[in-house]
Design a protein around this ligand. Structure first.
Ligand code: SF4
Ligand code: SF4
Length: 94
């Protein structure tokens, strides 16, 4: 199995990927702290969002969304943050 064979699950905004590693845009814009965490990761309405999409520094939100593949899907779907948020969302919808 190669990475291309892994199932892509919906992104639900658990924030795991961005907490694990700030993306190249965060680095290029100096939006990381001394722990190499992204300063653009925003927690709002029970999930995480990318601040570059919420409040674009230039271009527009769609441009940033496309550049960063925000919402395109999750290829680290087995992480515990995503599983926890999924369970919480499922409980809330009952
Ligand atoms: S669901 Fe996946 S892609 Fe979405 S924030 Fe969590 S780890 Fe990242
Ligand atoms: S800039 Fe956005 S996509 Fe990149 S690491 Fe930060 S929150 Fe995630």
């Amino acid at each position: 199995m190669t990475p291309a064979d892994l199932p892509v699950r919906p992104c639900i905004g658990c924030g795991y990927c961005c907490k694990k590693a700030a993306c190249s845009a965060a680095w290029a814009l100096n939006r990381t702290n001394d722990k190499n965490e992204c300063l653009e990761l925003v927690y709002k309405d029970g999930r995480y969002w990318c601040g570059l999409v919420l409040n674009p520094p230039d271009h527009d939100a769609d441009w940033w969304k496309n550049q960063l593949h925000v919402g395109a899907g999750c290829c680290c779907g087995l992480n515990s943050d995503r599983a926890r948020l999924l369970e919480k969302n499922n409980e809330a919808s009952k």
